[in-house]
Design a protein around this ligand. Structure first.
Ligand SMILES: [Zn+2]
Length: 115
């Protein structure tokens, strides 16, 4: 396993885990995935649309970078702090497969975050 690479906002910070969805309060599961409350969370709706688009692209390529979505920036700020999303052009590195997507936004990977 590789060493954790903290995002710019995570350096020296103590972030309590598990996290909760900033909108519906659903528990954090892994990466940028939360167990959202169905039909009551707009983050879930936005993330579903992104998941579908990423799954389609991951069927032909295993890793790529794209601009972060507004929902991803919101989650990044929630998990890593506002400084982590201070860039004007935040980027998401998407990897994995259509069935199991992994995202690193502005170099912040919640799975590798250490307290
Ligand atoms: Zn939610």
């Amino acid at each position: 396993m590789s060493e954790p690479i903290p995002g710019p906002g995570a350096v020296g910070r103590v972030i309590p885990t598990p996290w909760q969805c900033p909108e519906c309060g659903g528990p954090w599961l892994r990466n940028y995935v939360f167990r959202h409350t169905p039909n009551q969370c707009t983050i879930l709706q936005r993330e579903d649309a992104t998941q579908a688009a990423d799954a389609q692209r991951l069927a032909s390529i295993s890793r790529y970078t794209r601009p972060a979505t507004a929902a991803e920036v919101l989650l990044l700020k929630h998990l890593a702090g506002p400084a982590a999303a201070a860039d004007e052009d935040p980027q998401t590195v998407v990897s994995g497969s259509p069935a199991l997507r992994h995202r690193v936004i502005n170099e912040f990977d919640p799975d590798k975050h250490t307290i």
